[in-house]
Ligand binder design. Sequence first.
Ligand code: NAG
Ligand code: NAG
Ligand code: NAG
Ligand code: NAG
Ligand code: NAG
Ligand code: NAG
Ligand code: NAG
Ligand code: NAG
Ligand code: NAG
Ligand code: NAG
Ligand code: NAG
Ligand code: NAG
Length: 580
Amino acid sequence: MSSTALSYRVSRFARVSILPLTVFPIKAALIQSSGSGNVTLDGSSIAGYLSGQGTELLMLAGGVGALNVRTNFSVVELGAVNLTSGPYILARDATGSAAVYSPLLLHFDDTQSFFKSVTPLSDGNFTVISATFDTDSSPWIGAPSRIHDLEKDKSVFPLAGVRVSVKDIYFLKGLRSSAGNRHYYTTYPPRNATGPAVQRLMQAGAHIVGTTKTVQFANGDRATADWVDYHASFVQRGDGNREPGGSSTGGGTSISSADWLDVSIGSDTGGSIRSPSGNNGVYGIRPSVGAISLDDVLPLSDVLDTGGFMARDPHLFSQFGKAWYSGSFQSFPSFPQQILLSDSFKSLSANASAVYDDFFGKLRTFLGQNATIANFSIPAQWNQTSETGVSVNKLLNETYPILIGWHQWTTVGQPFFNDFAAANGGRKPHINPGVLTRWNFAQSQGEGVFNQELINRETFENWTMKHFLTENNQSCSDSLYLYPQNAGQYVSREDYYIAPPGPPFGFSDGRVAVHARTPDMVVPIGQIPYMSSITGIEEVLPVTVSIVARRGCDFTLLDLVSALADRGIVQTVKTGRTAF
Ligand SMILES: *[C@@H]1O[C@H](CO)[C@@H](O)[C@H](O)[C@H]1NC(C)=O
Ligand SMILES: *[C@@H]1O[C@H](CO)[C@@H](O)[C@H](O)[C@H]1NC(C)=O
Ligand SMILES: *[C@@H]1O[C@H](CO)[C@@H](O)[C@H](O)[C@H]1NC(C)=O
Ligand SMILES: *[C@@H]1O[C@H](CO)[C@@H](O)[C@H](O)[C@H]1NC(C)=O
Ligand SMILES: *[C@@H]1O[C@H](CO)[C@@H](O)[C@H](O)[C@H]1NC(C)=O
Ligand SMILES: *[C@@H]1O[C@H](CO)[C@@H](O)[C@H](O)[C@H]1NC(C)=O
Ligand SMILES: *[C@@H]1O[C@H](CO)[C@@H](O)[C@H](O)[C@H]1NC(C)=O
Ligand SMILES: *[C@@H]1O[C@H](CO)[C@@H](O)[C@H](O)[C@H]1NC(C)=O
Ligand SMILES: *[C@@H]1O[C@H](CO)[C@@H](O)[C@H](O)[C@H]1NC(C)=O
Ligand SMILES: *[C@@H]1O[C@H](CO)[C@@H](O)[C@H](O)[C@H]1NC(C)=O
Ligand SMILES: *[C@@H]1O[C@H](CO)[C@@H](O)[C@H](O)[C@H]1NC(C)=O
Ligand SMILES: *[C@@H]1O[C@H](CO)[C@@H](O)[C@H](O)[C@H]1NC(C)=O
């Protein structure tokens, strides 16, 4: 190592400190070797430079022996460290030796989106950060400096520096998971593994910063009354009083409120990414089933569960999905040329329709002169082509509640009741009423009904592949099916309900991607006004569209949103009261 190279290293530290040197002197400098072998400072150039900057403390990494400048500085020997650029804190460790720590900047969780602020340890465990308690609500969330990742090689670390919050059903090694249930949290010990979905993010360079609130066991509670065990987090949009949606509730409210956070990962079985995406006016995707491993993630349905995510920036959204789902899908040379519009667009307010019509026009222009746009009624097409002799609304009416209720009761609920009883003198755990209704309903139907509903679901998926979202060798999916995800409707979290929600019967647009196991991407496209009875003035709420493609065509959707962003047809949404 020559002193020239070392000098470069020192000046690089000065540069990435970003602060003007004349105003902020370099009080301390770390000298480390960027190669192997010992280094000795010759003293004149580097030490002179540092003296001129007012440097008082010199920290020497292992292998650096700056002997002839020691008299001019306080010197601390750090042993083997190899630090990237960024802020550090020098302090003593538990043994009294000098050690370097990476500071986290603390952000207050003012929407009560998080359970915990977490950070990975070098031994593979996660820990709750030392600046906050191991609490289950409204902690301060620590985020590492972005400077650490400025020089990372994006081809090796495609998600370098991306800060991610994680729904509290993805198990993190060393931490307990609540899954939204207080007794579940106390019944099970810290987890012994971090699942592959989160590990892949970390390997790609992302930072896991905290765990977010979930509707209990990833089901479908409403904010008031149903969230008995914990308090539902808050949406800042409009009057701040809107239903947050779920079950990836804290994921949605964190991404729409925290500008220091980039992506929230969650799950979608029956709408758990799409509903919060719509309520918060952010980008979200429920990917095709199988997009990412859900090992060490609490299950709802083995055949319907997906690992999805939300973000504010369409380019980052697209890039994140392509990194996380890498290997599962591929890109195609062109985009689908047929836009199919749901019947649901026909029954919207004039203000919402104007936002949608504007988007349809721009989408069609973007797709090119051969693109077509047409109304498409799934129930009518089903009647014509399915050859089942039964309407789709009837065939699939009970499919969803049976598939989730039976699977979750047998794999999570029943063992939980047994484990809780064994540790608590035969007692039952508390389960939120909505979840209990679902588990009880599925038990009342039994395994035979479950097996029949598996066939009903598969019948619909097969029909979708053959008669609806057919294959195309240029664009993966021959068409795109669009429906209103959230047309700016206001549902207040103050609403009282006289009974817990019943099992989630029925078939609708939101169930298409569920049973066909296709991707469904939520895109915020505008906003409309409403008169708030809370604030007493006119507020605005985001309008979002869902875009569904054939199973396995996830990258077609992610490529599309990125291309639309390139043209300015979709934009990054803001945090806070308004998305645009
Ligand atoms: C320090 O890390 C960098 C980047 O990871 C590497 O290129 C370099 O060889 C390392 N230096 C030492 C002394 O380990
Ligand atoms: C590096 O320095 C250490 C401690 O001063 C010494 O033991 C070692 O032999 C040196 N290595 C080389 C390659 O000079
Ligand atoms: C060390 O300090 C002495 C006295 O202040 C000064 O004369 C000398 O130039 C300094 N050496 C370096 C390398 O900065
Ligand atoms: C991780 O955490 C667990 C549980 O707290 C603990 O038993 C274990 O020793 C820790 N370290 C490793 C390397 O697993
Ligand atoms: C983790 O614990 C589960 C039981 O909860 C056990 O089945 C599994 O083998 C353990 N895994 C590891 C890596 O220790
Ligand atoms: C549509 O927006 C206008 C203001 O732009 C507002 O006066 C009107 O009440 C809105 N209509 C509906 C149905 O929300
Ligand atoms: C539109 O379709 C025609 C006829 O198939 C074809 O020649 C033309 O290249 C297409 N235009 C675009 C923009 O794809
Ligand atoms: C869809 O149907 C509505 C109402 O029936 C009609 O006004 C509209 O023009 C149709 N759109 C297309 C693209 O055919
Ligand atoms: C589909 O057929 C069922 C009878 O099997 C009928 O009740 C329903 O109205 C039909 N739906 C449409 C949209 O044609
Ligand atoms: C769906 O099931 C519920 C509960 O059994 C029933 O009340 C409703 O009428 C059913 N709807 C259809 C379309 O079959
Ligand atoms: C769905 O299609 C697959 C592949 O063609 C077939 O094996 C399966 O039996 C079909 N399922 C149903 C319920 O029709
Ligand atoms: C792609 O599909 C078109 C139309 O279905 C067909 O004509 C063409 O041969 C296909 N190309 C390849 C490479 O399979």
